[in-house]
Design a protein around this ligand. Structure first.
Ligand code: URA
Ligand code: URA
Length: 200
């Protein structure tokens, strides 16, 4: 990032930390802006912070986060700290309910600005919430996961949300976990392809 972009990034962080654009600000402890290198190729977008994220201010640090790390690192051989990780909404929805469309909309300028400043090659959306929000579709994650979708010239790759996998433990062929292990390998292959193209 250049100096100007770094300034824009810090300003964005400050605005998120003070945001009162929707009701989620009333019960939050910490906003969760996101975490990772700003010179990343891949951005992961989840739903919103849970209890552990709300307490620490960091994305995907609870049980779902631990599973996400394992999917990336054990399944995909992709070090988690090479990716930028953020969420559709930056404040915790009470009782871990899904964020409403209105909350996602109120928060969307932050995700939009993050994606503009990071300009990754790949955006991975986890579950229905970020996938349907960014793609403006009602099509479900079960049919979209594992497919490459062009989103404003960026390769968008939907995968199941790790919380969904925590509720579906089976690893049998065709199960959500099995499919996710295939998806993360496809993601790694695409990252390798991009890195190979760099050295040509
Ligand atoms: N689930 C999410 O979608 N995001 C987090 O940061 C944690 C759990
Ligand atoms: N529903 C979701 O929102 N996400 C999943 O990953 C699966 C079902």
């Amino acid at each position: 990032m250049s100096i100007d972009i770094n300034e824009a990034w810090d300003e964005l962080k400050r605005r998120v930390s003070e945001c009162q654009k929707c009701g989620l600000c009333k019960k939050r402890n910490k906003t969760v802006f996101g975490e990772g290198p700003t010179d990343c190729r891949v951005v992961i977008v989840g739903e919103g912070p849970g209890a552990d994220e709300d307490a620490t201010g960091k994305p995907f640090v609870g049980k779902a986060g631990q599973l996400l790390t394992s999917i990336l690192e054990d399944g995909g051989k992709i070090p988690r700290n090479t990716l930028y990780i953020t969420n559709t909404v930056k404040c915790r929805p009470p009782e871990n309910r899904n964020p409403t469309k209105e909350e996602a909309q109120a928060c969307s300028e932050f995700l939009e600005a993050q994606l503009l400043l990071l300009h990754p090659d790949i955006v991975v959306t986890l579950g229905n919430i970020p996938t349907q929000f960014l793609l403006k579709t009602t099509q479900g994650i079960t049919s979209l996961r594992g497919t490459w979708v062009n989103w404003r010239g960026i390769k968008l790759f939907p995968m199941f949300h790790p919380s969904y996998l925590l509720r579906n433990e089976s690893r049998a062929p065709g199960s959500p976990k099995y499919l996710t292990w295939q998806d993360v390998k496809a993601l790694k292959a695409e990252i390798d392809k991009l890195q190979g193209a760099d050295t040509l």
